[in-house]
Design a protein around this ligand. Structure first.
Ligand SMILES: NC(=O)c1ccc[n+]([C@@H]2O[C@H](COP(=O)([O-])OP(=O)(O)OC[C@H]3O[C@@H](n4cnc5c(N)ncnc54)[C@H](O)[C@@H]3O)[C@@H](O)[C@H]2O)c1
Length: 444
């Protein structure tokens, strides 16, 4: 099949490369010329395991190409995936300007039947807007060309995006016309050879299902964070509570970790957008508004602990920070807790040496002029002379560090663990003063 993917970001590039890998011819479009140039020259603009090999293989096979040519892209694929960003607008609603610009371009230049697939996360009713936008453009051209609009929300996780796309839990197809449904079945058949994973439903339910999934996961995290804060006051240990409830099959183990809050390009904006959608339709989604508020507070939790330990004035204090990305195996820092923590530390006069296996370049881009931030190449470099170590991302390489060395190289052995990756008892043994989230931590 000939496929165009509009928007070559985390979702678009992974989707395009995976679709090419099963034999389709894929053209990825982006309006960012620097991104397309990087890709055309063999570079990969994001950190995603397995992606460089996958892209290289399919480019070499001639099945995957990149362009900034909007007209060529609209004329290329029978299937046109829209995978552009839907960032929050000022009022928290999803900003649809990129989705509708993509639809407009498709309508302006398409020259035959198209299945237009909304893969971006978009509020209920967006497929209707995409349909209307294309209709307007066709009318302006005086063209009568048939097309279908499908909702196909994406559930891949950054850090495991290739694997998730290749072996999805489910493929949601929201559509109401048979021709489009058949096309999507054919397109996704290679990704569900073991058993059917396709759920065909009406467009609005498909659009809402994506928000429901992210809102549920965010709710679990905020629930655990709220309980973690209570556990600290009560002298209980949230990790033991987690074991106590995760073992219940009705609850399960996933997304029950207390920590310094969720970040990333999806949960924060999708929860906000869903709350906003509710409000627009006269439904106050009180639970989700609380999920969002708890998360905002939780990102400050580590700073609260630092301030309690070192005082409000942090001038002259120097911190080591491990983990800038919002989660491991990605360089994505959108809404990452690290951004809030860094801002707060800088505001109090502290300096920071940060290490992240993938996100240093992104941090330099975000904090460009900030002289109080140094990004270092190795975790132990960050530790030297630090008043404390702050861990904000649970990268594997942080899990079992050389604690003797940490203690020896720091000005004082203090660790703030925003992801609960260390055991308080072990830290005590090493003589490290340890602060987790919702844990029973006695100072060393
Ligand atoms: N990142 C994830 O893990 C993830 C997972 C599931 C769903 N989603 C959803 O997928 C969508 C895309 O997310 P992302 O993280 O890939 O975003 P991204 O910001 O990484 O990529 C979006 C790309 O679209 C490009 N773009 C914008 N307008 C364009 C236009 N008119 N024509 C062509 N290109 C255009 C941008 O230049 C950018 O490169 C969002 O709605 C997001 O909520 C993301």
């Amino acid at each position: 099949m000939r496929i165009t993917v509009v928007g070559t970001g985390y979702v678009g590039l992974v989707s395009g490369a995976c679709l090419a890998d099963v034999g389709n011819d894929v053209l990825c479009l982006d309006v960012d010329p620097a991104k397309i140039q990087t890709l055309q020259q063999g570079g990969i603009p994001i950190h995603e395991p397995g992606l460089p090999e996958l892209v290289r293989r399919n480019v070499e096979a001639g099945r995957l190409r990149f362009t900034t040519d909007v007209e060529a892209a609209a004329r290329y694929g029978t299937v046109q995936f829209i995978a552009v960003g839907t960032p929050p607008d000022e009022d928290g609603s999803a900003d649809l300007q990129y989705v509708l610009a993509a639809a407009r371009n498709i309508g302006r230049y398409m020259d035959g039947y198209r299945v237009v697939v909304d893969k971006s996360t978009v509020p209920v009713g967006t497929a209707d807007k995409v349909r209307a936008t294309i209709a307007e453009e066709l009318a302006a051209r005086g063209a009568a060309i048939d097309y279908s609009v499908v909702s196909n929300p994406e559930f891949l996780k950054e850090g495991a995006a290739v694997e998730d796309f290749m072996r999805p839990d489910r493929i949601i197809i929201g559509a109401d016309d048979e021709r489009a449904i058949d096309c999507m079945r054919e397109l996704y058949a290679p990704f569900q050879r073991n058993h059917a994973r396709q759920l065909v439903m009406d467009v609005r339910s498909a659009e809402l299902a994506k928000y429901a999934a992210n809102a549920m996961l965010a709710t679990r995290i905020s629930f655990m964070n709220e309980l973690a804060n209570l556990a600290e006051t009560l002298g209980a240990d949230i990790e033991q509570v987690r074991q106590g409830i995760g073992s219940d099959p009705r609850i399960g183990w996933h997304f029950l970790y207390a920590g310094c809050g969720y970040g990333g390009s999806c949960f924060p904006k999708d929860v906000k957008a869903l709350v906003r959608t509710g409000r627009e339709h006269g439904h106050e989604l009180g639970l989700l508004a609380a999920v969002e508020a708890i998360n905002r507070r939780q990102k400050l939790r580590v700073v609260d602990k630092v301030v309690r330990r070192f005082g409000e004035d942090l001038r002259g204090r120097h911190f080591a920070l491990w983990g800038l990305a919002f989660k491991p195996e990605t360089d994505d820092m959108r809404e990452a807790p690290s951004r809030v923590v860094l801002e707060e530390l800088f505001a109090r006069g502290a300096t920071v040496a940060a290490y992240d296996p993938a996100a240093s370049r992104e941090a330099r881009r975000i904090f460009g002029q900030e002289t109080r931030l140094g990004c270092v190449e190795r975790p132990m470099q960050a530790i030297e002379g630090a008043d404390a170590l702050i861990v904000l991302t649970e990268w594997k390489e942080f899990r079992s560090p050389d604690f003797e060395r940490i203690r020896a190289q720091m000005r004082q052995p203090v660790v703030f663990d925003g992801r609960n990756i260390y055991e308080p008892a072990v830290m005590r043994r090493y003589g490290i003063e340890y602060f987790g989230i919702g844990r029973r931590c006695r100072a060393a």
